[in-house]
Design a protein around this ligand. Structure first.
Ligand code: UD1
Ligand code: UDP
Length: 378
């Protein structure tokens, strides 16, 4: 059989989580010769996901350096991919989302005359500087790609408004929901002792104490570095000091721009638990156990509604407005007073909490990867 040669390129934790269902479906389909190149824009956080989903890359550019900037990442990915794309000569390159790996991957394929398919296409805030540089990355990839896998009807309409031809856009749902549902099922089968060992006796007991409330925190957006991060950490500090019966559990991103203010402002508070980035399995477990999520993450905004968890987003704008419109996600920015008021309102008002905790699936039903592979096979 004449197989289609597909080269999937990804490099960070969220891309790996969202591409895992796709590369697994490609590997299982007889119509494809599927190859994987990881850039390793992330190292440890990428390897966590590769291990979990048993993904063995054919190429690893291993580009990460501590404190890398956008010039470093862009140039290393682009130069590293030249030889890989020339050697593989794929029929199509698959990229995902809006990272610099995604943008430079699409550009490298274009330079080599290879068609690009974009997974999670069409998300827009309309503000080129927020999120930075992701809004520009995904907008540029839309100019290059020939196939656009849009997660929602909203993202399809965004692409149509930019004159992307209709037949090139396929609404698939977001593959993050495929990954989440797969993982949630596996997590449900783990014995409780696994979590007790992982989180430690004290935190595990607090997580299961009905008299306490749990806020899960993640954050890493570049446009929040500096004052934004200091303000949001101050908000968490004040909340923790004023509510001794609330726990704040914060797996801290490895970016030094994040770790510095977090450690400066939040260390040594008895109800703030600063922990290392979690593997996807314990993170999914923890999302399920918490009462509220405070985040600036894209992926977490998509996952939380499927788990019925309210989210306060520490950003001014979002490219994922579907859950905001449905009322389960609220934008709070990084202003200290606004964050404090939003958390206190939500945890202090049972009827508001109830309304924001509705389970719904605006971003997908768990079959996105299947649709993407079907479309690629056509
Ligand atoms: C990147 C993406 C962002 C995505 C985020 C997901 C860009 C420009 N940014 O941001 O879109 O939302 O990943 O988390 O593409 N580090 C480690 N080990 C790791 C990962 C990171 O030590 O496994 C540290 C390193 O010091 C590295 C730094 O974090 O230099 C920044 O990593 P980078 O990928 O440049 O930026 P992120 O903030 O992670
Ligand atoms: N995640 C994880 N461990 C953590 C924090 C997040 O596995 O400690 C997962 C999360 O469930 C989501 C993805 O990582 O699927 C989001 O990654 P991140 O917030 O780094 O990037 P973004 O989605 O903002 O690009």
């Amino acid at each position: 059989m004449n197989q289609k040669r597909v080269l999937s390129i990804f490099g960070t934790r969220p891309e790996a989580i969202k591409m895992a269902p796709v590369v697994r479906a490609l590997a299982a389909h007889p119509g494809f010769d599927s190859r994987i190149c990881v850039t390793a824009q992330h190292r440890g956080m990428l390897d966590q996901v590769l291990g979990l989903f048993e993904i063995k890359p054919d190429y690893d550019l291993n580009i990460m350096s501590p404190g890398q900037d956008l010039f470093d990442v862009t140039s290393r990915v682009l130069l590293g991919l030249r030889a890989v794309i020339r050697k593989e000569s794929p029929d199509i390159v698959l990229v995902q989302g809006d990272t610099t790996t995604c943008f430079a991957g699409a550009l490298a394929a274009f330079y080599e005359g290879v068609a690009v398919a974009h997974v999670e296409a069409g998300l827009r805030t309309g503000n080129l500087r927020a999120p930075f540089p992701e809004e520009v990355n995904r907008t540029l990839v839309s100019r290059i790609a020939e196939l656009h896998f849009a997660p929602t009807d909203r993202s399809r309409r965004n692409l149509l408004a930019e004159n992307i031809p209709q037949p090139q856009i396929i609404v698939t749902g977001n593959t993050v929901i495929d990954a989440l549902l797969w993982m949630r099922e596996r997590v449900g089968a783990y014995p409780r002792s696994v979590w007790k060992t992982l989180f430690g006796e004290t935190l595990f007991t607090r997580i299961h104490d009905n008299g306490r409330r749990r806020v899960l925190i993640t954050g890493h957006r570049r446009e929040n570095f500096g004052q934004g991060f200091k303000d949001l950490c101050q908000a968490i500090r004040e909340l923790a000091m004023n509510h001794a019966d609330w726990d704040f559990i914060y797996p801290v991103h490895l970016n030094p721009n994040v770790r510095q203010p977090v450690n400066d402002i939040l260390l040594r508070l008895p109800n703030v638990h600063l922990i290392e980035p979690l593997d996807y399995a314990p993170f999914v477990w923890l999302m399920n156990e918490c009462d509220l999520i405070l985040t600036d993450s894209g992926g977490v905004q998509e996952e939380a509604p499927s788990l019925g968890k309210p989210v306060l987003v520490m950003r001014e704008v979002t490219e994922r407005p579907e859950a905001v419109e449905a009322g389960t996600v609220r934008l709070v920015g990084t202003d200290k007073t606004t964050i404090i008021a939003a958390v206190e309102d939500l945890l202090g008002d049972p009827s508001l909490y109830e309304r924001m905790s509705r389970t719904h699936n605006p971003y997908g039903n768990g079959h996105a990867a299947e649709r993407i592979v079907q479309e690629l096979a056509r």
